[in-house]
Design a protein around this ligand. Structure first.
Ligand SMILES: Nc1ncnc2c1ncn2[C@@H]1O[C@H](COP(=O)(O)OP(=O)(O)O)[C@@H](O)[C@H]1O
Ligand SMILES: [Mg+2]
Length: 435
C-alpha cells in the first residue's frame, strides 16, 4: 500500500464495475473473498451509530461465524477503561474522530494496556496520509476512513489473519434447481463449459449428486468415482490427490464425477463436502458445484458458503413457491452477499400455461439473468451425444445465453465495459483539456 494514494481509495475491497443489484441483498459490492476468519476475539469501540451498525452487520456475516466479535460504543476512552482492568482480545477496533494529535495521544495511552499480540484497527474520519503513516509506524494494522462498509471491515480483518499463500484462489459457483428436473445440472455443465472456454480459466465441475449425477454422461466421461473418493478419504485429500481423481474433459475443464451407482447409500453429514471444496478452492480458480435438488444440512451449508449462487427454475407456480422460500432464506443467511443469479429454464413449453420470466423474477425481487427456451431437440441431442450446446451448435442463441451467464458468475468485468470506461476516460480528458 502506498501512502501517496488518496486513502479513501485504498481499501479496494470491491469491484466498482459490478452490477448494481436491485434487491435488498448486500447491494452492488463484490463480497469479500477471504478465508473464513479464524476463531479470534475482536472487540470494537465505535463512536457513531453508523459504524456500530456496520460492526454489528459484520458480526452476523457468515465469514465471521467462527470469530467472536463484541461491539461497544465509546471509542478509545471506553477501550482504555475496559482494558485497564481486563486482558485485551486478539483484535481491537477503535473509532476515532478529529485531529491527528488527539488521535495519536489517546492511542498511545491505549497501547499501554495492550497485551503483546493484540492487533489494532483504527477507523477515523480524517483522510490524512500523515496520520496513516504515523499509525502504521505505531503498529496499527489498518486505518479505515468512515463511512466504512461491511466489506471493508471484514476484508480488513481477513487481511490480518490471511496467510498470503493461503488466500483462496478459487471462486465457488453453486447451481441449485428449485425443483427437481428443472435443468440445474444442464445449466451448470453448459455454464462451466463456457467459463472454461471463454475465460480460458481452469474450471472444475463437482457433481454432488452421488447416486444420480449426470455430469459424467453430459461430458462423455467414463463412469468414475471422483467425488466419492474425495469425501470418503478426507485424510488423503490434498492437491495431488485431487489431481488424480479429476477427469479431464478438455484443456481447461475437469470433472469430479459422481459414481452414479446404488450399491451403497450416501448419507452425508453437514461438513462432508467442506474439505473437498476447500481443497479445490486452494488450487482451482473456478469451481462449479452441481448440487442435487434435495434439502439437507450439507446442501444448506454448501449454499451458505458459496461465492455465487445460481438458482434455476421453470416458470410455474411450484417453482415460484420454492424459489421464493430459497431467496428469502438466502437473504437471511447471507445478508451481505449479492443476490443469487436467476436462470429461468424450459421457457415456452408448447401449450403449457407459464408465468412470464420477468413476473417470476419480480415476485422474487430479482432480475432474470437468462431465460432459456425449451428446446427438446437441441438439449436432447446434446445430452445423447455427451456434448455441450456450444459444441453442438456454437451459433445458437442458447449458446450465447450460456456465454452471458458464465461472464456474469465469473465476477470479471465485461470487456465491453472496459472499452466503455476507456472511452469515458478519454472523453473526460479531452473535455478537461478543452475547458
Ligand atoms: N432448456 C431445455 N430445453 C429442453 N430440455 C431441457 C432444457 N434444459 C434441460 N433439459 C432437459 O431436462 C432434463 C433434466 O435436466 P437436468 O439438468 O438433469 O435437471 P436437474 O439437474 O434440475 O434435475 C434433461 O433431460 C435435460 O436434457
Ligand atoms: Mg441435477
Amino acid at each position: 500500500m502506498s501512502a501517496n494514494h488518496d486513502l479513501q481509495n485504498m481499501s479496494g475491497y470491491f469491484d466498482p464495475a459490478s452490477e448494481p443489484a436491485d434487491t435488498s441483498f448486500g447491494g452492488s459490492e463484490e463480497p469479500v473473498r477471504v478465508n473464513p476468519i479464524p476463531r479470534v476475539t475482536v472487540h470494537s469501540f465505535c463512536l457513531t451509530e453508523e459504524t456500530m451498525r456496520v460492526a454489528e452487520a459484520a458480526l452476523e456475516d457468515r465469514r465471521m461465524a467462527k470469530a467472536h466479535l463484541k461491539v461497544d460504543m465509546g471509542g478509545i476512552p471506553a477501550a482504555i477503561s475496559t482494558f485497564s482492568q481486563a486482558p485485551t482480545p486478539n483484535l481491537i477496533i477503535v473509532e476515532t474522530s478529529g485531529a491527528r494529535e488527539n488521535v495519536l495521544a489517546s492511542l498511545d495511552q491505549l497501547a499501554e494496556y495492550c497485551d503483546a499480540g493484540t492487533k489494532v484497527i483504527v477507523i477515523g474520519d480524517v483522510n490524512d496520509v500523515m496520520l496513516y503513516r504515523e499509525l502504521i509506524a505505531r503498529g496499527v494494522s489498518e486505518y479505515l476512513i468512515t463511512p466504512v462498509s461491511v466489506f471493508q471491515l471484514i476484508g480488513a480483518i481477513g487481511q490480518l489473519y490471511a496467510d498470503p499463500e493461503a488466500e483462496p484462489l478459487g471462486r465457488t459457483i453453486a447451481f441449485y434447481g428449485v425443483k427437481g428436473g428443472c435443468g440445474a445440472s444442464t445449466i451448470a455443465h453448459n455454464g462451466a463449459w463456457s467459463l472454461a472456454h471463454n475465460l480460458q480459466s481452469e474450471v472444475v465441475v463437482a457433481d454432488m449428486d452421488l447416486p444420480f449425477g449426470t455430469a459424467g454422461l453430459d461430458f462423455n466421461q467414463d463412469p468414475l468415482q471422483g467425488i466419492f473418493e474425495a469425501v470418503s478419504s478426507p485424510e488423503r485429500l490434498d492437491e495431488t490427490y485431487l489431481d488424480r481423481i479429476l477427469s479431464k474433459c478438455n484443456e481447461h475443464l475437469s470433472l469430479l464425477a459422481a459414481p452414479a451407482t446404488l450399491e451403497r447409500t450416501y448419507d452425508h453429514s453437514e461438513q462432508t463436502f467442506e474439505q473437498v471444496v476447500d481443497t479445490m478452492r486452494a488450487s482451482v480458480p473456478m469451481i462449479v458445484l452441481d448440487i442435487p435438488h434435495t434439502w439437507n444440512a450439507w446442501v444448506r451449508n454448501t449454499l451458505l458458503n458459496a461465492d455465487e449462487i445460481v438458482l434455476v427454475a421453470e416458470p410455474d407456480l411450484a417453482n415460484l413457491r420454492n424459489a421464493k422460500n430459497m431467496v428469502d432464506l438466502l437473504k437471511q443467511m447471507r445478508p451481505n452477499d449479492r443476490p443469487p443469479h436467476l436462470v429461468m429454464n424450459k421457457v415456452n413449453v408448447p401449450k403449457r400455461p407459464e408465468i412470464k420470466p420477468e413476473e417470476f423474477a419480480k415476485a422474487l425481487g430479482l432480475r432474470v439473468q437468462a431465460a432459456i427456451p425449451f428446446e427438446p431437440q437441441l438439449f436432447g441431442t446434446a445430452a445423447n451425444n455427451g456434448q455441450m450446446i456450444a459444441e453442438l451448435d456454437g451459433k445458437s442463441a442458447v449458446s450465447r445465453l450460456f456465454d452471458d451467464l458464465a461472464q456474469s458468475v465469473s465476477g470479471k468485468v465485461q470487456p465491453s465495459r472496459h472499452a466503455r470506461s476507456a472511452i469515458g476516460g478519454l472523453f473526460s480528458k479531452l473535455t478537461r483539456r478543452a475547458g
